[in-house]
Design a protein around this ligand. Structure first.
Ligand code: GLA
Length: 380
């Protein structure tokens, strides 16, 4: 068993490439991830989403990788990925067909789990389409979880049932590492905001060992995705920055969805922000809490306690105009009688930008955010 289970970090084919998943694409993406420094930052998983298989199982009932897309098969791909210190993820579905109409694992759970283990797969995204009505998602996820465990190979279960069936009440006990609790993300601010708002209602859901998956990142898609379901307008850099800051603060998996071979400039900086990654990957995995901003329903503050005694504090403005977003430090627990103050280090510039006993504020543009690493210090 892994010593420490943190939100997974990696890349998934779906948001940009849709059904155009292939061995060549994965290998090129892996090289780009290494070259551009993503692997060193912790992005280790390369995940094949839907559409990697043939439309029918073989005569023995096994899943078959599409030979046009994967001419050397999945085992060879897993070997190549492992040789570079990365991990391979694959996709299946607990129904009879996947969401895109490929064979699902219903009543083939043990065969498929064995197959994935033989191939050397490390992670399974497990979807929820085309499920027989009489069987719950809970039973089907327990089945696949048991099937994976029975192989003796450590394979992460990343379930995806969009937050239905009171998933939070049972998912951690299946042993799943993550659970998708939201609808599919699209490349626009409306989608990011609505996913984030739904998570603000259940901040404690994502914590140690089992993480609430808010879907793959759209940072860097810039309205250029080949996936018609995802390619819905694009975002500004400010919105992509806020998207990444939210996913980091909310303990969500950080799964890239862009074309890593082409990502550059501001998108690259956003995805490689070391402080936000450190906050997301903090070993204590504390759930954040939210502080409302008086008189502004579109602004809020998130606070996450970090294992080294510091605090991550994020100011967010979901409004369509500039806003002065202020946090009162007594809302976090600081009193004047403590003789302590809190310093604020900006996550983007890495500079200390303030130190206060009472409050801290910043003017944020529409859909903007700022996250700070904050430490308590004695007042002189
Ligand atoms: C569902 C999932 C998506 C993606 C597609 C693939 O819609 O929620 O993340 O995996 O299926 O068909």
């Amino acid at each position: 068993m892994s010593a420490m289970i943190l939100p997974p970090m990696g890349w998934n084919t779906w948001n940009t490439f849709y059904d155009k998943v292939s061995e060549e694409l994965v290998l090129e993406t892996m090289d780009a991830m290494i070259e551009k420094g993503f692997r060193e930052l912790g992005y280790r998983y390369l995940i094949l989403d839907d559409c990697w298989a043939l439309k029918e199982r073989d005569a023995q009932g096994q899943l078959v990788a599409d030979p046009d897309k994967f001419p050397h098969g999945i085992k060879a791909l897993a070997d190549a990925v492992h040789a570079k210190g990365m991990k391979l993820g694959i996709y299946s579905c607990c129904g009879v067909r996947t969401c895109a109409g490929y064979p699902g694992s219903f009543d083939h759970e043990y065969d498929d789990a064995r197959q994935f283990a033989q191939w050397g797969v490390d992670y399974l995204k497990y979807d929820n389409c085309n499920r027989p009505n009489h069987i719950s998602s809970e039973i089907l996820n327990r089945r696949m979880a048991m099937a994976l465990r029975s192989t003796g190979r450590e394979i992460d279960l990343a379930t995806c049932q969009w937050g239905t069936e009171a998933v939070k009440s049972w998912i951690a006990s299946t042993g799943a590492r993550t659970f998708r609790s939201t609808v599919d993300i699209q490349d626009n601010w409306f989608s990011i905001e609505s996913i984030a708002r739904s998570r603000l209602e259940r901040l404690s859901w994502s914590a140690c060992g089992c993480f609430d998956d808010m879907d793959m990142l759209v940072v860097g898609l810039n309205g250029l995705s080949m996936n018609p379901e995802v390619n819905q307008g694009g975002c500004t850099d400010e919105e992509y920055q806020t998207h990444f800051a939210l996913w980091a603060m909310l303990n969500a998996p950080l799964i890239l969805g862009c074309d890593v071979r082409k990502v550059e400039g501001r998108a690259l900086e956003i995805l490689q922000n070391k402080t936000l990654i450190k906050i997301n990957q903090d070993p204590a995995c504390k759930a954040p809490f939210k502080i409302p901003v008086y008189g502004n329903d579109d602004a809020f503050v998130l606070v996450k306690l970090l294992s080294d005694g510091t605090y991550a504090i994020g100011l967010f403005n979901f409004g369509d105009t500039d806003a002065n977003v202020s946090v009162e430090l007594w809302d976090i627990g600081l009193t004047l009688s403590s003789n302590l103050r809190m310093s604020f280090r900006d996550c983007q510039t890495n500079d200390i930008v303030g130190s206060s006993r009472e409050h801290f504020s910043a003017v944020l543009p529409p859909h903007g955010s700022n996250v700070y690493l904050c430490a308590l210090e004695e007042c002189k």
